[in-house]
Unconditional design. Sequence first.
Length: 144
Amino acid sequence: MAELDSPAEAGLVAQWRELLARHAAAVCLLDRELGDRFGLGMSEFEVLERLVEGCGANGAHALRVSDLAPTVHLSQSALSRLIARLEKAGLVVRAMCESDRRGVVLTLTEAGLERYEQARPLHREVLELTLGDEPAKACGTPSG
């Protein structure tokens, strides 16, 4: 920290750096492990999880893309490319919104739900490893 920092500022900078380190460790490990084991990136898993949490008109796991976008912290173009990859893999389907033809609804397929359920325990293990009380300092490997 700069010598010009007050003790309070130095503490904030230390907290900020710890947050960045934990985030980087989680992202690194999630992307590597989810990719190697389940063919998913961290953001792809997040979209699947948001769809599992969402509920469409007929009880399907579905969300409007416009409602999904702000929750996954991706640009519109990055989200569109991610959805295209998930759709190509058969994990989601896109359709026009019945109530508003300008909107697009994204629905989780059975294959998408199955992949999510397979990957979820690893995701939670990585979160515990990187964000728990005793976080890993490096980009390590979870058990399993």
